[in-house]
Design a protein around this ligand. Structure first.
Ligand SMILES: NC(=O)c1ccc[n+]([C@@H]2O[C@H](COP(=O)([O-])OP(=O)(O)OC[C@H]3O[C@@H](n4cnc5c(N)ncnc54)[C@H](O)[C@@H]3O)[C@@H](O)[C@H]2O)c1
Length: 339
């Protein structure tokens, strides 16, 4: 492998753009973040100053036109992803794009076609695959340690709902929140889902319902290999970010619980207590964000396939559209119905 640092441009300096910029600057000596773009120049300047990124622009095109830049991280709002993937592929850049690629399968397919035509690499930001706990659960399935998997349970609850302004443009709970769990389900079981059934409602905040969305959902999954799964989502769990998984197999089970800021347990005459779990995704999945970028940089430098492909980005969107259709029509929906 070449010793040269991979020159990278970042598009989007919001919450996730800042996390990735910090990883590149402070944790990945094999990468060099050289330019950061945001339509909000101040946001880009703040991240650039903190991370020592030499150049700032308001224009993503400037990043794509820079011949020195070999790879780009697309961290801007979801509605910009598909267009930027097409433009980056045309410019011959290797691409990391945050999830989801888009809410429209037509736009996703156009973006994936541009990537294929240009022969560039694309990794989609399903970071949870790189979480050490979930990676160990996958290993227990893949290695046969728990035998043939039968049942999967994913519990994925947020500590609090996002603002209504965000709910309105999020694409809805299935494309915004459950999408990570759909990816996790495919990843952990190593098989595709054939059909889904959704039972969902508005239990947390009526204004989420007024915005056309749901805040509480159970999605039942039937996999091609026979595994039956559930995803349990709620936009509000008062005790914090609740992220657990269990798989039952013919030779045993594997599970992973929540992560805590400390391991202390306080025992008194009235109760045994511990502190609440890490509050939200920035803390809970910090390590996975760094690991996914390390994997991307490695794939680009070695010219090897990225670990989360464009198709891995597309399938969870199909699952999200199927889950919503199942709720709307109150019936089992086969994924092949979603075109
Ligand atoms: N993998 C994860 O767990 C995870 C977590 C958070 C966000 N995300 C995804 O990352 C994306 C960004 O989310 P966020 O929470 O950082 O949002 P954010 O609103 O904090 O940041 C988005 C930034 O993009 C900028 N922007 C918008 N259009 C642009 C353009 N054309 N060119 C350059 N910059 C532009 C905005 O000014 C803003 O600063 C979303 O697609 C979201 O789904 C993924």
């Amino acid at each position: 492998m070449s010793k040269r640092k991979l020159p990278i441009g970042i598009i989007g300096a919001g919450r996730i753009g800042a996390v990735h910029a910090e990883t590149l600057a402070f944790r990945l000596p094999e990468a060099a973040p050289l330019i950061i773009a945001d339509i909000n120049r101040q946001a880009a300047e703040e991240v650039a100053t903190r991370c020592g990124i030499p150049r700032v622009t308001e224009n993503a095109e400037e990043v794509l036109a820079d011949p020195e830049i070999e790879a780009v991280l697309i961290c801007s709002s979801t509605d910009t992803h598909a267009g930027l993937i097409v433009a980056a592929a045309r410019a011959g850049k290797q691409i990391f794009c945050e999830k989801p690629i888009d809410h429209s399968l037509e736009k996703i397919d156009r973006a994936l076609a541009a990537v294929a035509r240009a022969g560039v690499q694309l990794q989609v930001g399903f970071n949870r695959r790189f979480d050490p706990n979930f990676a160990r659960v996958r290993k227990a399935v893949e290695s046969g340690e728990i035998g043939t998997p039968h049942l999967l349970h994913i519990i994925s609850r947020d500590p609090e709902p996002p603002p209504i302004s965000y709910v309105k443009v999020s694409g809805g709970i299935f494309l915004d929140m459950t999408i990570h769990d759909f990816d996790m389900a495919r990843f952990l079981i190593g098989s595709e889902v054939e059909e889904v059934f959704t039972a969902a409602g508005v239990r947390v905040d009526p204004s989420i319902g007024e915005a056309g969305d749901l805040d509480t959902a159970l999605v039942v999954l039937r996999f091609k290999n026979g595994v039956i799964g559930t995803i349990d989502n709620c936009r509000k769990a008062v005790y914090g970010y609740d992220q657990r998984v269990e798989i039952l197999g013919s030779e045993g089970a594997v599970s992973t619980g929540n992560c805590y800021p400390n391991q202390a347990v306080v025992s008194t005459s009235s109760a045994v207590r511990r502190d609440l779990p890490l509050h939200f995704f920035m803390d809970r999945y910090a390590e996975s964000f760094a690991r996914e970028l390390r994997a991307f940089v490695k794939a680009v430098r070695e010219g090897s396939p990225t670990p989360v492909t464009g198709m891995d980005g597309r399938v969870p969107v199909v699952m999200g559209l199927a889950a919503r259709k199942s709720h709307d029509e109150n019936r089992v929906v086969r994924l092949e119905e979603i075109r």
